[in-house]
Structure formats: structure tokens, C-alpha cells
Write a protein that binds this ligand. Structure first.
Ligand SMILES: Nc1ncnc2c1ncn2[C@@H]1O[C@H](COP(=O)(O)OP(=O)(O)OP(=O)(O)O)[C@@H](O)[C@H]1O
Length: 234
């Protein structure tokens, strides 16, 4: 009789454990992704004139990939520093109206005497390449888009930290005459009541542009993580 202890039973390898679990479960484990890739989203960024829509969008363009910023068609004259096809597609009234006639625009509006519209083709093209779409529209445009897109798009309302901060920014920008300023500021006062038809609100405070952009990014991340994804049909 030997006093030696029995040899230890070798513990199963990881592979053996997996095989044993599979055999007990009755089916092999799959390496398929747990969830399908998220749908492309349309994010509508809106807010009163001078709140910083362009500033937020320009910064977002620098810091985030995979987004297509839709270039709006407009009949308004080019401002100094603006680039055709980058800031807007500057078109004649005649061309614009023919786009309307041919139903090439997702929505259009007459804003301060000039037409602005969103080309459908651009949205379809970039979504089919897997990009998310960012639309920059005024409040009137956002209301129309809500009617057209319903809950299939994400609506973000940008606000300044106070009315006076917004007006000062608009004045400092020096792109509007005194009369134009009056119309924009009076309109902005009215527009806040539309806030409730938006999904998210983001404060763009003086000197805190980066915070506003981070918040918009967080919204995009949250939307891409939704269990019930929004489905866009245009
Ligand atoms: N967080 C911020 N801090 C300081 N200045 C800002 C901030 N955000 C925007 N601005 C400035 O305020 C002015 C108005 O911003 P912007 O042109 O982006 O507004 P907008 O909402 O696009 O206006 P509009 O609808 O009239 O085109 C610009 O001169 C911009 O550089």
C-alpha cells in the first residue's frame, strides 16, 4: 500500500469548457455580432437665428467622422467668405422653383425673403454609404421636417444661455442690418415656444462652444445605442 495522494484531476481547458457548455446547451456558440450595426440617423440641428447653429456644426465637422452635413440650396446672395457647395448651393430663383416642381427637395421655405431647401438626393446618397445625416435648419424648417419625418429623425434645439447673449452674438457677427436684426430677434422670442416639439435641447453658452458640441455628440451616441432604432424613409 502506498501513501501517495491520488494525482490531481486536470482541470478542463477553456476549449473543453466551451465545448461542454455547447453540448449541454444543444447548439454551438456563434461569433455573429450580438446586435446588428445601428441604423443611420438624421439629426436636425435647429434654433433661433444667432444661437450658434453654424458654429456648433462647423466644430462637429472637425471633431466627428461618419457624419454628412447636408448642403442646403438657397436663393440668398453669398456672404463674404462663403463657398459654393460648402456653405450652400447658391441657386437662382428659377432653378430653385424647378427643383420644387420636380419634388427634389425634402422641404423648402421662404425665409426672410429668400428660398432655402434640402435636396433629397444628397441624403439618400450619403445614407446609402453608411453616413449619418446632419441637417441645419431654422425653427420653421424644423417644424416642417417634424411633419415630414415624424419620429424617424432626431431633433435638437440649440439655445443661448440668455436672450441678451444671443442678441449680442448676432450683433457682433455684423451680417445683418438694423432692420434685419429686429426681425430676427423678434422672431427668436416667438420661436422658443416650439421647443416642446424637439427631442433634445442643448445650451450653447458664451465661450463654451466645445461643451455644446460634446452634448450633441452625446446625443448621437445615445441615439446609436437605442434598442428600438429609428427608421428613416424618404
Ligand atoms: N458658444 C459661443 N461663444 C461665443 N460665440 C459664439 C458661440 N457660438 C456661436 N458664436 C458666434 O455667434 C455668432 C452667431 O453664430 P452662428 O452664425 O453660428 O449662428 P446661427 O444660429 O447659425 O445663425 P443664423 O441662423 O442667423 O445663420 C457667430 O459670430 C459665432 O461665431
Amino acid at each position: 500500500m502506498s501513501d501517495n495522494p491520488p494525482p490531481p484531476i486536470p482541470s478542463p481547458t477553456k476549449q473543453e469548457t466551451l465545448r461542454s457548455l455547447e453540448s449541454n446547451l444543444g447548439s454551438p456558440f456563434t461569433a455573429e455580432p450580438t446586435i446588428p450595426p445601428p441604423n443611420q440617423i438624421i439629426i436636425v440641428v435647429s434654433g433661433p437665428s444667432g444661437v450658434g447653429k453654424d458654429a456648433v456644426i462647423n466644430k462637429l465637422r472637425e471633431v466627428r467622422e461618419g457624419l454628412h452635413f447636408v448642403v442646403t440650396a438657397t436663393t440668398r446672395p453669398m456672404r463674404p467668405g462663403e463657398v459654393e457647395g460648402e456653405d450652400y448651393f447658391f441657386v437662382t430663383r428659377e432653378n430653385f422653383l424647378s427643383m420644387v416642381e420636380n419634388e427634389e427637395l425634402l422641404e423648402y421655405a421662404l425665409v426672410y425673403g429668400e428660398y432655402k431647401g434640402i435636396p433629397k438626393k444628397q441624403i439618400r446618397e450619403f445614407m446609402s454609404r453608411g453616413e449619418d445625416i446632419v441637417l441645419r435648419v431654422d425653427i420653421q424648417g424644423a417644424q416642417t421636417l417634424r411633419r415630414i419625418l415624424g419620429d424617424s429623425a432626431v431633433f435638437v434645439f440649440l439655445v443661448a444661455e440668455s436672450e441678451v447673449a444671443m442678441v449680442e452674438r448676432l450683433v457682433d457677427r455684423k451680417t445683418e442690418s438694423q432692420e434685419e436684426l429686429l426681425v430676427r430677434v423678434a422672431t427668436a422670442r416667438e420661436e422658443v415656444r416650439h421647443l416642446k416639439s424637439f427631442d433634445y435641447v442643448v445650451v450653447n453658452a458664451e465661450g463654451r462652444l466645445d461643451d455644446a458640441v460634446r452634448r450633441v455628440e452625446a446625443i448621437i451616441d445615445a441615439e446609436k445605442s437605442r434598442v428600438h432604432q429609428r427608421v428613416v424613409r424618404i
